[in-house]
Design a protein around this ligand. Structure first.
Ligand code: TYD
Ligand code: MG
Length: 486
């Protein structure tokens, strides 16, 4: 007699237990376990195990082959219609691949994929499955977007097929997985967009749409059909309050690429990043701007993150690197006498711990009494700068604000700060300097020993080994006065 087994699945991490717990034993989230009906029957095919001494396995049963003999197919890529999206995908969509696009609600995931679907529809057959919005809603948005004019000329490196009205875009407003699969099989499109995977529903499973079991099964069924008929699938995934992609981790393992679409709700630019990519590099960055008529590519993002023309006290310019893309970014610091027992330190766009560390280094090695001052730091344009190469820029902005000094126009600072006050070399220095020179920078303060073989045209480069030396180079002799206890 078949044993009735019950299992409970954690909705946040996907862990499976035989017993109900209020708190998931695996990830610790509360009230996340949901009962799941046992599968109807064990459908796994068992193969007879050959007994020792029996005849050898017939040659036809062998499926492996020497790696040298494996035929090579050149990786074909479909142009997604947007150079920025292609860049993040590693050069375009790969047929038969699954791409998961995650992001906060309202950030523009549906807009991006509808625009891209429309752009691809001129060349390939494209199916847009809207499981969240009605066909009427999608049509309204499509009409608005179709009126959009090309925002900027396409970049010289990646040819773009621009949105052209074409009959290739098919729309299906459906939440039932079975019907979506049938449509995919009937249409065999080159590209299909599923918006969103959490809204799809497999009637054979007892659980609610969006639950771990549903998401996993729907994605697996879609993946099978995509691989079988070489359809490139773009899945929209929701993000939880904590910023994680909702649904089990298994979804991230199942897909070939995970992209995140992020941005400041109050700023119009949106950043697209690859968190995982089986067909290209991760950490590549695509930049878009949300306009009244949809998303437009930003081909020259450094201009977005630069402040005004007139330099002011407490601002410094750095060159951050996102993947292989250098970004010239402006930092602003405000240092003012504290009226609290412990001074306030607030940083937007840079980790507060990093700011604390830089302030401690400045206090120790430049003798600035910063523990009596509040310090606020902001990255212009709402960009998150994680890499330590921004340290020197933060230090210069803080010192400039403290001393009420203005950095000479066209100065960029690149370098990591060691706890001993020394400057550490950073990666891709030459690339950063070229971007700075392109944006009319004239002076660059960089760490010594970065292996810079030749200069960069139009740029005066100062190589420094300590933060004190760098501050003098950047701000003049006035920056170096040691005043531990005035
Ligand atoms: P949407 O693509 O629906 O977001 P998501 O699918 O990630 O939830 O984007 C919705 C937001 O984008 C909405 O707040 C309005 C804004 N928007 C524009 O500013 N311009 C436009 O042309 C469109 C279509 C949307
Ligand atoms: Mg949406």
């Amino acid at each position: 007699m078949a044993r009735v087994t019950r299992s409970y699945i954690c909705q946040s991490c996907g862990a499976e237990t035989r017993q109900f717990f209020g708190r998931c034993p695996s990830c610790g989230s509360w009230n996340a376990l949901v009962e799941q009906a046992a599968p109807a029957a064990d459908t796994r095919r068992r193969r007879p195990v050959p007994t020792p001494g029996a005849a050898t396995v017939p040659a036809a049963a062998r499926r492996s082959e020497p790696i040298q003999a494996v035929g090579e197919r050149p990786l074909q890529r479909l142009c997604s219609g947007y150079g920025e999206l292609d860049r993040v995908l590693g050069g375009g969509l790969v047929p038969g691949s699954l791409v998961l696009l995650g992001g906060d609600p309202g950030i523009g995931k549906s807009t991006l994929l509808l625009q891209s679907a429309q752009a691809m529809a001129g060349r390939h057959s494209v199916l847009y499955v809207s499981a969240e919005e009605s066909a009427q809603q999608v049509k309204l948005r499509w009409r608005r977007l179709a009126e959009q004019q090309p925002a900027a000329p396409p970049p010289a490196t990646a040819p773009i097929d621009r949105p052209v009205p074409g009959p290739g875009l098919q729309l299906l407003s459906e939440t039932d997985l079975e019907l979506v699969l049938q449509e995919l099989e009937a249409l065999r499109p080159a590209v299909a967009v599923i918006d969103s995977i959490q809204a799809l529903h497999d009637a054979d499973l007892g659980s609610a749409p969006g639950s771990v079991a549903q998401v996993r099964e729907c994605a697996a069924a879609l993946a099978r059909i995509a691989k079988r008929q070489d359809t490139a699938l773009l899945l929209v995934g929701h993000v939880t309050k904590e910023g994680m992609l909702a649904g089990p981790k298994v979804l991230e393992h199942l897909v070939d690429a995970v992209l995140t679409f992020e941005g400041d709700r109050f700023a119009s630019h949106r950043l697209l990043r690859a968190v995982k990519n089986r067909f290209g590099a991760t950490h590549e960055l695509g930049v878009f701007e949300m306009r009244g008529q949809g998303l437009a590519e930003v081909l020259n993002p450094s201009e977005l993150f630069l402040g005004g023309d007139a330099p002011s006290a407490g601002t410094a310019t750095i060159v951050a690197c996102e993947g292989t893309r250098p970004l010239v970014v402006e930092l602003q610091a405000l240092v003012s006498t504290t009226s609290y027992a412990s001074p306030r330190r607030t940083a937007t766009g840079i980790g507060t711990n990093r700011l604390h560390q830089i302030l401690a280094v400045l206090e120790k090695h430049l003798g600035l009494p910063l523990s009596r001052f509040d310090c606020y730091l902001a990255v212009a344009g709402g960009l998150e700068v994680e890499e330590p190469a921004a340290d020197l820029g933060v230090a210069a902005a803080v010192v400039a604000s403290y001393r009420d000094l203005t950095l000479p126009p066209g100065t960029v600072l690149i370098g990591e700060l060691g706890l001993g006050g020394q400057l550490r070399p950073v990666a891709q220095l030459e690339l950063r300097l070229q971007e700075a020179a392109r944006l009319k920078a004239r002076r660059a303060v960089v760490p010594k020993g970065s292996g810079l073989s030749k200069g960069v045209a139009g740029l005066e480069i100062f190589e420094c080994s300590t933060v004190a030396e760098a501050m003098v180079r950047a701000l003049g002799a006035g920056a170096s006065i040691h005043e531990r206890d005035p």
